[in-house]
Every structure is written in structure tokens, then in C-alpha cells.
Design a protein around this ligand. Structure first.
Ligand code: G
Ligand code: G
Ligand code: MN
Ligand code: NA
Length: 251
């Protein structure tokens, strides 16, 4: 619990910051968007990875302020991201199930983009299957509304949680992120390749931007080049890094 009070302090200090990891076109390496990932350096306990405290923040009900902070910070960094990657760069933020159920989330998400003069079309909201399925009716309504506001919607970690393919039809999706578990031993076993191909074809058939997560080495990156239009994310192309502050003379 002390740790959760620490979260709210950290959001107001330099102990919490965002790093951005590129999602690239696999054939030419061009960066299309970047995913914001939160980082916390605790003064006493050192680095605390998000999967160790985000679930707690969801439980105790402070994830809403965390998510709004992330969206606001990502919008603040947008100028720097544009200088780094070009004006069409998208910025992705991770949204939790609890956010989708919060009555003010829609309004506040819209207000943040407006306040920073950023088109929601440049903002991708990454939602996990588990979040989307937690309360499907509420999630569906919120996702629909966010989509109508112009935000782009990505289904994160696809194929990892308990999911139903049928649910793909219930949400207006723009992007499908294939969970990195699909890459395990994929170059060794033809059956794994068939399963991954089927997932990629499903995304393509639904007209979604398809992103393969967790690409760590060149062998897999080269193998993935056989799929036209496919996007990738992983240490092979870039680790999460802070946005490079735009030098004043570049603006
Ligand atoms: O950045 P990576 O280390 O390790 O992230 C681990 C997990 O934490 C991932 O599942 C990622 O989606 C999640 N995560 C990272 N940043 C955020 C964030 O800002 N909000 C939420 N809800 N989850 C995040
Ligand atoms: O669940 P989500 O996809 O939002 O989380 C992204 C997480 O995956 C972050 O923790 C990020 O640091 C991590 N990640 C990004 N690229 C790679 C990779 O190539 N390999 C592994 N193992 N993890 C990665
Ligand atoms: Mn994500
Ligand atoms: Na993911």
C-alpha cells in the first residue's frame, strides 16, 4: 500500500517516465509508430518493472490516473517524436480494463488530445484481450466510442489470453499485435510457422495493421520479410528509449 502512495508521488516527480519502442515496416525498417512504456525508478527500491506494480494499481483503483498521466506525457513528447520519426508518426499507449470501465475515461482521453492539439488519429490505444473480455459489453461500448472519436485501436498480445476469435468482430479494430509467444521456436517447427501464418492471414483478411511482437534476431526478421506489409516490434529494431528532446533550432 505504501508502494501505491509512492506511485502517485512518482507521477509528480522525475522517478516515473516514458520510453518509446518502435513498430516498423519489416521490409524497409521504416518506423510507423512507437509504443509508450512506463518506467519507474524508486528512490529506495530501485527499478520496479510495470508488470510488478500495474496490476496492483488496477486493483486499488489508481490505474485511471496512471493512464491519464501516460496519455498526457506521450502527448507532451509528441513534438520530439515527430522530429525523430516524421510528422505521421503514431504514438501508442497501453490501456487497462479498468480504464475502459471508468465513466470519465472517454471525455478525459479526448480532452488530453485536444489540449495538446494532437489528432486522435495519431494516437493508438493498445488494449489486451483480457481487458477487452473482462466486461465485454462495457469494453465494447467504450472501444466503439473511442474509435468514433478517431482514436486508433490495437488489440495487444493477440493469441495469449483466453480469447475467442468471435470477439474480433465485436470491436472496431485498426491493429492486431501478435503475441511474442508465436515466435518461440518458430524457425524450428513447421507447425509453429503454419500457426503464425494463419494468425497473420487472419489480421490481413480483417484489413488490420498486423504487428509481430518480440522480434529479437535477424533470422526471424528475415523470415518475416516474406509477408508483405507486415509490421514488427522487438529488440532487433530497437529497445524502448526516451524520446530525444527536440533541439530548439529544429522546431
Ligand atoms: O515495458 P515492459 O517491460 O516491460 O512492460 C511490461 C508490461 O507492462 C507490458 O505488458 C506492458 O504492456 C505493460 N505496460 C508498460 N507500460 C504500461 C502503461 O503505461 N500502462 C499499462 N496499463 N501497462 C503498461
Ligand atoms: O504487453 P506489451 O506488448 O504491451 O509489452 C511490451 C513488452 O515487451 C515491454 O515490456 C517490452 O519491453 C517488451 N519487449 C519489447 N520487445 C521485446 C523483445 O524483442 N523481446 C522481449 N522478450 N520482450 C520485448
Ligand atoms: Mn502493448
Ligand atoms: Na504486447
Amino acid at each position: 500500500q505504501i508502494l501505491m502512495l509512492d506511485v502517485e508521488d512518482a507521477l509528480r516527480s522525475a522517478d516515473m517516465w516514458l520510453e518509446y519502442q518502435p513498430k516498423v515496416n519489416i521490409r524497409d525498417g521504416k518506423v510507423l509508430s512507437v509504443e509508450a512504456l512506463i518506467r519507474w525508478q524508486h528512490p529506495e527500491f530501485g527499478r520496479i518493472p510495470p508488470d510488478q506494480w500495474i496490476p496492483l494499481a488496477e486493483q486499488v483503483g489508481i490505474i485511471h490516473s496512471v493512464t491519464l498521466w501516460v496519455m498526457d506525457q506521450a502527448c507532451r513528447d509528441f513534438d520530439a517524436l515527430k522530429v525523430q520519426h516524421g510528422d505521421n508518426i503514431g504514438v501508442a499507449v497501453n490501456i487497462s480494463a479498468k480504464d475502459l470501465a471508468h465513466p470519465l475515461f472517454l471525455e478525459e482521453a479526448g480532452a488530453i488530445a485536444r489540449r495538446h492539439g494532437i489528432s486522435p488519429a495519431n494516437v493508438i490505444l493498445e488494449i489486451t484481450e483480457t481487458a477487452a473480455m473482462a466486461d465485454p459489453d462495457v469494453a465494447r461500448n467504450t472501444i466503439r466510442a473511442l474509435s468514433q472519436m478517431g482514436f486508433r485501436i490495437a488489440l495487444d498480445d493477440f493469441g495469449s489470453g483466453h480469447s475467442s476469435l468471435g470477439n474480433l468482430a465485436s470491436f472496431p479494430l485498426d491493429e492486431l499485435k501478435i503475441d511474442r509467444s508465436f515466435l518461440t521456436d518458430v524457425l524450428l517447427y513447421p507447425i509453429r510457422q503454419k500457426i503464425l501464418k494463419a494468425a497473420l492471414e487472419l489480421g490481413e483478411a480483417l484489413d488490420l495493421d498486423v504487428v509481430v511482437e518480440g522480434v529479437e534476431d535477424e533470422a526471424i526478421a528475415l523470415w518475416l520479410q516474406q509477408f508483405p506489409g507486415l509490421h514488427g516490434q522487438g529488440y532487433y529494431w530497437g529497445r524502448p528509449e526516451r524520446a530525444v528532446a527536440a533541439p530548439a533550432n529544429c522546431r
